[in-house]
Ligand binder design. Structure first.
Ligand SMILES: Cc1cc2nc3c(=O)[nH]c(=O)nc-3n(C[C@H](O)[C@H](O)[C@H](O)COP(=O)(O)OP(=O)(O)OC[C@H]3O[C@@H](n4cnc5c(N)ncnc54)[C@H](O)[C@@H]3O)c2cc1C
Ligand code: FES
Length: 290
Protein backbone atom coordinates (compact mmCIF):
# COMPACT_ATOMS: atom_id res chain seq x y z
CA UNK A 1 0.00 0.00 0.00
CA UNK A 2 1.84 3.12 -1.09
CA UNK A 3 -0.81 5.38 -2.58
CA UNK A 4 -3.19 7.70 -0.82
CA UNK A 5 -6.82 7.50 -1.95
CA UNK A 6 -7.35 8.84 -5.48
CA UNK A 7 -8.40 12.45 -5.85
CA UNK A 8 -12.07 13.34 -5.60
CA UNK A 9 -12.83 16.49 -7.54
CA UNK A 10 -14.71 19.17 -5.63
CA UNK A 11 -18.49 19.16 -5.78
CA UNK A 12 -20.07 22.57 -5.95
CA UNK A 13 -23.62 23.86 -5.85
CA UNK A 14 -25.96 22.26 -8.30
CA UNK A 15 -25.76 24.13 -11.58
CA UNK A 16 -22.77 26.10 -10.32
CA UNK A 17 -19.61 26.09 -12.40
CA UNK A 18 -17.45 28.65 -10.69
CA UNK A 19 -15.16 26.76 -8.30
CA UNK A 20 -14.38 29.96 -6.39
CA UNK A 21 -17.92 30.66 -5.21
CA UNK A 22 -18.38 29.59 -1.60
CA UNK A 23 -21.56 27.97 -0.35
CA UNK A 24 -23.15 29.93 2.49
CA UNK A 25 -23.36 27.93 5.70
CA UNK A 26 -24.83 28.66 9.11
CA UNK A 27 -22.79 28.15 12.24
CA UNK A 28 -24.93 26.01 14.56
CA UNK A 29 -22.45 25.46 17.40
CA UNK A 30 -19.13 26.85 18.59
CA UNK A 31 -16.93 24.88 20.99
CA UNK A 32 -13.95 26.53 22.66
CA UNK A 33 -11.43 23.69 22.68
CA UNK A 34 -8.33 25.46 23.97
CA UNK A 35 -7.27 29.12 24.33
CA UNK A 36 -6.17 28.97 20.65
CA UNK A 37 -8.59 26.50 19.04
CA UNK A 38 -12.32 26.76 18.38
CA UNK A 39 -14.50 24.13 16.75
CA UNK A 40 -17.32 25.21 14.43
CA UNK A 41 -20.25 23.04 13.45
CA UNK A 42 -21.90 24.34 10.31
CA UNK A 43 -24.75 23.36 7.99
CA UNK A 44 -25.05 24.46 4.37
CA UNK A 45 -27.92 26.90 3.97
CA UNK A 46 -29.07 25.14 0.80
CA UNK A 47 -30.78 22.06 2.29
CA UNK A 48 -30.46 20.09 -0.95
CA UNK A 49 -26.74 20.83 -1.15
CA UNK A 50 -26.35 19.70 2.48
CA UNK A 51 -28.19 16.45 1.79
CA UNK A 52 -26.15 15.85 -1.38
CA UNK A 53 -22.84 16.78 0.22
CA UNK A 54 -20.43 13.88 -0.07
CA UNK A 55 -16.87 13.72 1.15
CA UNK A 56 -14.27 11.24 2.36
CA UNK A 57 -12.10 11.27 5.52
CA UNK A 58 -9.06 13.49 5.01
CA UNK A 59 -10.67 15.96 2.63
CA UNK A 60 -10.61 19.64 3.45
CA UNK A 61 -12.65 22.76 2.90
CA UNK A 62 -11.98 26.46 2.54
CA UNK A 63 -13.78 28.60 5.12
CA UNK A 64 -14.27 32.24 4.21
CA UNK A 65 -15.01 35.24 6.33
CA UNK A 66 -16.59 37.70 3.93
CA UNK A 67 -14.39 40.73 3.43
CA UNK A 68 -11.48 39.17 5.32
CA UNK A 69 -10.21 36.03 3.63
CA UNK A 70 -10.37 32.32 3.11
CA UNK A 71 -8.34 29.51 4.63
CA UNK A 72 -8.12 25.74 4.57
CA UNK A 73 -9.30 23.38 7.30
CA UNK A 74 -9.89 19.67 7.39
CA UNK A 75 -13.51 18.55 7.68
CA UNK A 76 -13.06 16.81 11.01
CA UNK A 77 -16.50 15.28 11.37
CA UNK A 78 -16.74 11.94 9.55
CA UNK A 79 -18.99 11.31 6.53
CA UNK A 80 -20.83 8.78 8.71
CA UNK A 81 -22.21 11.70 10.79
CA UNK A 82 -23.75 14.20 8.43
CA UNK A 83 -25.89 16.31 10.81
CA UNK A 84 -23.28 19.04 10.36
CA UNK A 85 -19.75 19.65 9.03
CA UNK A 86 -17.16 20.28 11.70
CA UNK A 87 -14.02 22.39 11.40
CA UNK A 88 -11.53 23.13 14.18
CA UNK A 89 -9.64 26.36 13.74
CA UNK A 90 -6.40 27.33 15.46
CA UNK A 91 -5.82 31.06 15.59
CA UNK A 92 -2.84 31.85 13.32
CA UNK A 93 -3.46 35.18 11.59
CA UNK A 94 -6.12 37.48 10.19
CA UNK A 95 -8.67 35.04 8.81
CA UNK A 96 -8.51 32.57 11.65
CA UNK A 97 -8.83 35.45 14.15
CA UNK A 98 -11.95 36.61 12.26
CA UNK A 99 -13.34 33.05 12.24
CA UNK A 100 -12.89 32.96 16.01
CA UNK A 101 -15.47 35.76 16.30
CA UNK A 102 -18.21 33.60 14.73
CA UNK A 103 -21.22 32.77 16.87
CA UNK A 104 -24.17 30.43 16.37
CA UNK A 105 -26.46 31.87 13.70
CA UNK A 106 -23.65 33.60 11.80
CA UNK A 107 -22.92 32.86 8.15
CA UNK A 108 -19.59 31.55 6.88
CA UNK A 109 -18.54 30.61 3.33
CA UNK A 110 -17.61 26.98 2.57
CA UNK A 111 -15.85 25.59 -0.51
CA UNK A 112 -15.64 21.84 -0.09
CA UNK A 113 -14.81 19.05 -0.41
CA UNK A 114 -11.27 19.63 -1.68
CA UNK A 115 -8.26 17.36 -1.94
CA UNK A 116 -7.83 13.63 -1.59
CA UNK A 117 -8.67 11.25 1.24
CA UNK A 118 -6.98 8.72 3.48
CA UNK A 119 -6.83 5.29 1.78
CA UNK A 120 -9.41 3.93 4.22
CA UNK A 121 -10.47 1.16 1.81
CA UNK A 122 -6.99 -0.38 1.61
CA UNK A 123 -6.65 0.02 5.39
CA UNK A 124 -9.50 -2.45 5.93
CA UNK A 125 -8.48 -5.51 7.96
CA UNK A 126 -5.36 -3.80 9.27
CA UNK A 127 -4.37 -2.56 12.71
CA UNK A 128 -4.29 1.22 12.80
CA UNK A 129 -2.04 3.47 14.86
CA UNK A 130 -3.01 7.14 15.03
CA UNK A 131 -0.39 9.60 16.26
CA UNK A 132 -1.66 13.16 16.60
CA UNK A 133 -0.08 16.29 18.02
CA UNK A 134 -1.97 19.50 18.85
CA UNK A 135 -4.30 20.67 16.07
CA UNK A 136 -2.92 17.75 14.03
CA UNK A 137 -5.52 15.67 15.85
CA UNK A 138 -8.22 17.24 13.62
CA UNK A 139 -7.69 15.14 10.46
CA UNK A 140 -7.08 12.06 12.57
CA UNK A 141 -10.41 12.62 14.33
CA UNK A 142 -12.27 12.29 11.02
CA UNK A 143 -10.66 8.97 10.14
CA UNK A 144 -10.79 7.69 13.72
CA UNK A 145 -14.54 8.32 14.05
CA UNK A 146 -15.15 6.96 10.56
CA UNK A 147 -13.35 3.73 11.51
CA UNK A 148 -15.16 3.50 14.85
CA UNK A 149 -18.45 3.88 12.94
CA UNK A 150 -17.31 0.99 10.68
CA UNK A 151 -15.57 -0.85 13.50
CA UNK A 152 -15.73 -4.39 12.14
CA UNK A 153 -13.80 -3.40 9.00
CA UNK A 154 -10.61 -2.64 10.93
CA UNK A 155 -8.27 -4.47 13.32
CA UNK A 156 -6.95 -3.04 16.59
CA UNK A 157 -7.12 0.76 16.71
CA UNK A 158 -4.67 2.69 18.88
CA UNK A 159 -4.53 6.43 19.35
CA UNK A 160 -1.62 8.39 20.77
CA UNK A 161 -2.59 12.03 21.17
CA UNK A 162 -0.28 14.61 22.64
CA UNK A 163 -0.38 18.30 23.44
CA UNK A 164 1.87 20.71 25.28
CA UNK A 165 -0.35 20.85 28.38
CA UNK A 166 -3.83 19.64 29.45
CA UNK A 167 -5.20 23.08 28.49
CA UNK A 168 -3.87 22.66 24.94
CA UNK A 169 -5.67 19.37 24.39
CA UNK A 170 -8.51 19.78 21.88
CA UNK A 171 -11.59 17.55 21.74
CA UNK A 172 -11.44 17.20 25.54
CA UNK A 173 -15.21 16.59 25.71
CA UNK A 174 -14.70 13.39 23.70
CA UNK A 175 -11.62 12.08 25.47
CA UNK A 176 -13.45 10.28 28.33
CA UNK A 177 -15.43 8.26 25.78
CA UNK A 178 -12.34 7.46 23.72
CA UNK A 179 -10.49 6.41 26.88
CA UNK A 180 -13.31 4.17 28.05
CA UNK A 181 -13.99 2.33 24.77
CA UNK A 182 -12.90 -1.28 24.80
CA UNK A 183 -12.39 -1.33 21.03
CA UNK A 184 -9.97 1.61 21.09
CA UNK A 185 -6.72 2.04 23.01
CA UNK A 186 -6.20 5.72 23.75
CA UNK A 187 -2.98 7.09 25.21
CA UNK A 188 -2.76 10.79 26.06
CA UNK A 189 0.46 12.61 26.74
CA UNK A 190 1.61 16.11 27.62
CA UNK A 191 5.11 17.56 27.41
CA UNK A 192 5.60 18.40 31.10
CA UNK A 193 4.04 17.34 34.45
CA UNK A 194 0.85 19.23 35.32
CA UNK A 195 -1.23 19.14 38.46
CA UNK A 196 -4.10 16.66 38.29
CA UNK A 197 -2.86 15.03 35.04
CA UNK A 198 -3.37 11.27 35.21
CA UNK A 199 -2.00 10.23 31.85
CA UNK A 200 1.44 10.05 30.24
CA UNK A 201 4.05 12.78 30.44
CA UNK A 202 6.60 12.83 27.62
CA UNK A 203 7.12 13.76 24.02
CA UNK A 204 5.00 11.90 21.48
CA UNK A 205 7.86 10.00 19.73
CA UNK A 206 9.16 8.72 23.10
CA UNK A 207 5.70 7.60 24.23
CA UNK A 208 5.22 5.92 20.85
CA UNK A 209 8.42 3.94 21.35
CA UNK A 210 7.13 2.89 24.80
CA UNK A 211 3.81 1.79 23.30
CA UNK A 212 5.80 -0.12 20.65
CA UNK A 213 2.97 -0.94 18.23
CA UNK A 214 3.84 -3.82 15.92
CA UNK A 215 4.21 -2.94 12.24
CA UNK A 216 2.77 -6.35 11.25
CA UNK A 217 -0.36 -5.83 9.14
CA UNK A 218 -0.48 -2.24 10.46
CA UNK A 219 -0.79 1.27 9.18
CA UNK A 220 0.37 4.43 10.96
CA UNK A 221 -1.37 7.76 10.40
CA UNK A 222 0.26 10.84 11.84
CA UNK A 223 -0.29 14.58 11.81
CA UNK A 224 1.09 17.41 13.90
CA UNK A 225 3.72 20.13 13.97
CA UNK A 226 6.72 19.50 11.65
CA UNK A 227 9.15 18.84 14.51
CA UNK A 228 6.81 16.23 15.99
CA UNK A 229 6.35 14.57 12.59
CA UNK A 230 10.11 14.45 12.05
CA UNK A 231 10.80 12.55 15.28
CA UNK A 232 7.62 10.47 15.05
CA UNK A 233 8.70 9.21 11.63
CA UNK A 234 12.08 8.27 13.08
CA UNK A 235 10.34 6.40 15.91
CA UNK A 236 8.05 4.59 13.46
CA UNK A 237 11.06 3.58 11.39
CA UNK A 238 12.75 2.22 14.54
CA UNK A 239 9.63 0.19 15.23
CA UNK A 240 9.81 -1.30 11.74
CA UNK A 241 7.08 0.69 9.95
CA UNK A 242 7.94 1.18 6.28
CA UNK A 243 7.29 4.37 4.30
CA UNK A 244 4.46 2.57 2.50
CA UNK A 245 2.76 1.90 5.85
CA UNK A 246 2.93 5.49 7.07
CA UNK A 247 0.57 8.30 6.07
CA UNK A 248 0.41 11.96 6.87
CA UNK A 249 -1.53 15.00 5.76
CA UNK A 250 0.28 18.16 4.70
CA UNK A 251 -0.55 21.76 5.53
CA UNK A 252 1.12 23.49 2.59
CA UNK A 253 -0.68 26.79 2.01
CA UNK A 254 -3.48 26.81 -0.55
CA UNK A 255 -5.37 29.46 -2.47
CA UNK A 256 -7.70 28.12 -5.17
CA UNK A 257 -7.87 24.58 -3.75
CA UNK A 258 -8.71 23.18 -7.19
CA UNK A 259 -5.37 22.79 -8.95
CA UNK A 260 -5.44 26.06 -10.89
CA UNK A 261 -3.36 28.75 -9.17
CA UNK A 262 -0.14 26.79 -8.56
CA UNK A 263 0.15 28.10 -4.97
CA UNK A 264 0.48 24.72 -3.31
CA UNK A 265 2.79 22.73 -5.55
CA UNK A 266 5.71 20.63 -4.37
CA UNK A 267 7.60 19.53 -7.46
CA UNK A 268 4.97 18.28 -9.88
CA UNK A 269 2.36 17.55 -7.18
CA UNK A 270 -0.36 19.92 -6.02
CA UNK A 271 -1.23 19.51 -2.35
CA UNK A 272 -4.79 20.63 -3.10
CA UNK A 273 -5.56 17.82 -5.55
CA UNK A 274 -2.82 15.19 -5.17
CA UNK A 275 -2.91 15.71 -1.37
CA UNK A 276 -3.21 16.73 1.36
CA UNK A 277 -2.90 13.01 2.28
CA UNK A 278 0.36 11.36 1.23
CA UNK A 279 2.14 8.17 2.18
CA UNK A 280 5.70 8.71 3.31
CA UNK A 281 6.76 6.71 0.24
CA UNK A 282 5.05 9.32 -1.96
CA UNK A 283 6.62 12.21 -0.02
CA UNK A 284 10.07 10.70 -0.39
CA UNK A 285 9.72 11.09 -4.15
CA UNK A 286 9.01 14.83 -3.86
CA UNK A 287 11.62 17.65 -3.70
CA UNK A 288 12.36 18.85 -0.17
CA UNK A 289 10.36 22.08 -0.33
CA UNK A 290 8.24 21.79 2.81
C1 LIG B 1 -4.69 21.02 3.82
C2 LIG B 1 -4.69 21.92 5.02
C3 LIG B 1 -5.46 21.57 6.13
C4 LIG B 1 -5.48 22.43 7.24
N1 LIG B 1 -6.26 22.08 8.30
C5 LIG B 1 -6.31 22.89 9.37
C6 LIG B 1 -7.20 22.60 10.46
O1 LIG B 1 -7.97 21.62 10.44
N2 LIG B 1 -7.19 23.45 11.50
C7 LIG B 1 -6.38 24.56 11.55
O2 LIG B 1 -6.43 25.29 12.53
N3 LIG B 1 -5.55 24.88 10.53
C8 LIG B 1 -5.50 24.07 9.44
N4 LIG B 1 -4.70 24.42 8.39
C9 LIG B 1 -3.87 25.64 8.48
C10 LIG B 1 -4.73 26.88 8.18
O3 LIG B 1 -5.18 26.83 6.83
C11 LIG B 1 -3.93 28.18 8.39
O4 LIG B 1 -3.59 28.29 9.75
C12 LIG B 1 -4.74 29.39 7.98
O5 LIG B 1 -4.83 29.43 6.58
C13 LIG B 1 -4.11 30.68 8.49
O6 LIG B 1 -4.88 31.75 7.96
P1 LIG B 1 -4.79 33.22 8.59
O7 LIG B 1 -5.29 34.19 7.59
O8 LIG B 1 -5.43 33.24 9.93
O9 LIG B 1 -3.25 33.38 8.82
P2 LIG B 1 -2.17 34.10 7.89
O10 LIG B 1 -2.21 35.56 8.19
O11 LIG B 1 -2.32 33.66 6.47
O12 LIG B 1 -0.88 33.45 8.51
C14 LIG B 1 -0.58 33.56 9.89
C15 LIG B 1 0.61 32.69 10.22
O13 LIG B 1 0.27 31.30 10.00
C16 LIG B 1 1.16 30.72 9.03
N5 LIG B 1 0.36 29.86 8.15
C17 LIG B 1 -0.65 30.25 7.35
N6 LIG B 1 -1.13 29.21 6.65
C18 LIG B 1 -0.43 28.13 7.03
C19 LIG B 1 -0.44 26.77 6.65
N7 LIG B 1 -1.26 26.29 5.73
N8 LIG B 1 0.43 25.93 7.27
C20 LIG B 1 1.29 26.39 8.17
N9 LIG B 1 1.37 27.69 8.56
C21 LIG B 1 0.52 28.54 7.99
C22 LIG B 1 1.73 31.91 8.26
O14 LIG B 1 3.01 31.61 7.71
C23 LIG B 1 1.83 32.96 9.35
O15 LIG B 1 2.98 32.79 10.13
C24 LIG B 1 -4.69 23.61 7.26
C25 LIG B 1 -3.95 23.96 6.12
C26 LIG B 1 -3.97 23.14 5.00
C27 LIG B 1 -3.24 23.57 3.79
S1 FES C 1 -4.13 25.86 -4.16
FE1 FES C 1 -4.21 26.49 -6.22
S2 FES C 1 -3.18 24.92 -7.24
FE2 FES C 1 -3.36 24.17 -5.22
Amino acid sequence: MSEAQSTTRPVFREGGTNPYVPMPATVIEVITETPAIKTFRVVLQDELAMRAFHFEPGQVGQLSMFGVGESTFVINSPPTRMEYLQFSVMKAGENTAALHTLEPGDTVGVRAPLGNAFPYETMKGKDIVFIGGGIGMAPLRTLLLFMLDNRKDYGAIRLLYGARSPQDMAFSAELPEWLSREDLETVLTIDREAEGWEHKVGLIPNVLLEMAPSPKNSVAVTCGPPIMIKFTLQALEKLGFTKEQTFTTLEKRMKCGVGICGRCNIGDKYVCIDGPVFSMAQLKELPNEL
